[in-house]
Design a protein around this ligand. Structure first.
Ligand code: AMP
Ligand code: GLY
Length: 423
């Protein structure tokens, strides 16, 4: 089989490594992939968002199956275009990807179908939003409607911060058209849990739960990033919470999307907060999370390609999706200064013995040398019988990898360990 994986980060590297376990996956192309992924797939320098070029490549190369991993090509309708050519795909169509592409859409969906989430108001007019923040409860959360590279959410502790959030999104157009509408919502408190799920539109199968570490600095300080590390399973996601999530959130969401004529097929990511009133949805993503995927897929015991094809064919109910009962920890090594300003182009030294545990996010090949080429450079994942062991092993690996200006958090998993101790 010739498989196309669209995207080029650590998540895509993890997906490709899992797909490769199936001997039927003879050829895997990554568009664009990266210098590290090039060890595991044929990388072709076509941008994931260049829908015309990706589609032409898929046609010319007689691709048998495509996996579209990042949010932007999904929201732009790449799956629809590939399906028009008769290429089966893993990933939602454009009309379902809107669940991530528009926060106004997803909030209205949750309201209409009674799915628990933060209370909210929608604004298309800056003056009205500014007037609202003069009297809304604090803290408050201001969100740009559309995709904003994970930066369109501003937590505002006081009115001045709320005013300036509204101004920068709606008046200064910090996120372009993504900020034409905004959501202002209630601030929720509680531990966060990420649950990725496979769904064919009828059946939803949650994967093992995980915990992201979004802030750049130790002890959740500093700016929000794409994610500095993950652990799985998430100790806050107890059996009781899981049952409530299935009944109150997962199934109702899948059914709501179907009822709206927007059947969702692919990986639906539930970003949840476990509040004192129960689990609530913070956000939906229409794709695998990054770096959640780097701890979830190493724990998947079933064959990924088989499960993905079941999602595409609508036969997920008859397909086994089994996870190991071990623990995984992933530490992201980034370039110093990420997520703001950082230098790239430093040679990376990764011992060969670690290569099956390392997922490369930002690197390029130059005359046979692997050089850093992004904010998040790589992730190292270890799987072990216990969480402390997995964390310790992952940090041992980090010590063996070097590149100039390397930066990583030193407390990945610490909060989860606290939760286990406190239980
Ligand atoms: P998002 O991009 O929607 O995942 O938001 C980024 C982060 O902002 C989330 O992971 C939460 O930590 C935080 N956040 C988003 N919405 C809320 C909310 N209503 N209350 C508290 N924190 C929030
Ligand atoms: N790690 C969060 C995300 O993928 O959006």
């Amino acid at each position: 089989m010739k498989i196309l994986v669209v995207g080029g980060g650590g998540r895509e590297h993890a997906i490709i490594k899992s797909l490769k376990k199936n001997p039927e996956a003879e050829t895997i192309f990554a568009l664009p992939g990266n210098g590290g992924i090039a060890r595991d797939a044929a990388c072709v320098p076509i941008k994931a968002t260049d829908i015309d070029k990706v589609t032409a490549f898929a046609k010319e190369n007689a691709i048998d199956y495509a996996v579209v991993a990042p949010d932007d090509p999904l929201v732009l309708g790449l799956v629809d275009r590939l399906e028009e050519l008769g290429i089966p795909c893993f990933g939602p169509r454009k009309n379902a990807a809107i669940i991530e592409g528009s926060k106004v859409f997803s909030k209205n969906l949750m309201k209409k179908y009674g799915i628990p989430t933060a209370k909210y108001e929608v604004f298309t007019d800056a003056a009205e939003a500014l007037s609202y923040v003069e009297s809304c409860p604090l803290p408050t959360v201001v969100k740009a409607d559309g995709l904003a590279l994970g930066k369109g959410v501003l937590i505002c502790m006081n009115r001045e911060e709320a005013r300036s959030a509204v101004r920068s999104i709606m008046m200064d157009h910090q996120f372009g058209k993504s900020g034409d509408q905004i959501v202002i919502e209630e601030f929720l408190e509680g531990p966060e849990v990420s649950v990725l799920s496979f769904t064919d539109g009828e059946t939803v199968v949650p994967m093992i739960s995980s915990m992201d570490h979004k802030r750049a600095g130790d002890h959740d300080t500093g700016l929000n990033t794409g994610g500095m590390g993950t652990i799985a399973p998430n100790p806050y996601y107890t059996e009781k919470v899981a049952k409530r999530c299935m009944d109150e959130i997962f199934l109702p969401t899948i059914r709501a999307m179907k009822a709206e004529g927007r059947t969702f097929k692919g990986c639906l990511y539930f970003g949840l907060m476990i509040t004192k009133d129960g689990p609530k949805v913070i956000e939906y993503n229409c794709r695998f999370g990054d770096p959640e995927t780097q701890v979830v897929l190493p724990l998947l015991e079933s064959d990924l390609l088989t499960v993905m094809q079941a999602v595409t064919n609508g036969t997920l109910a008859d397909t086994e999706v089994r996870f190991s009962n071990k623990h995984a920890a992933c530490v992201i090594m980034a370039s110093k200064g990420y997520p703001v300003h950082y230098e790239k182009g430093f040679e990376m030294d990764i011992p060969e013995a670690l290569s099956d545990r390392v997922y490369i996010a930002g690197a390029k090949l130059s005359e046979g040398r692997l050089l850093t080429d992004g904010g998040r450079v790589l992730g190292v994942t270890e799987v072990a019988d216990s969480l402390p062991e997995a964390i310790e092993k992952a940090y041992d690996d980090v010590k063996k990898i070097s590149f100039e200006n390397a930066y990583f958090r030193t407390d990945i998993g610490a909060r989860a360990l606290q939760a286990v101790k406190g239980a």
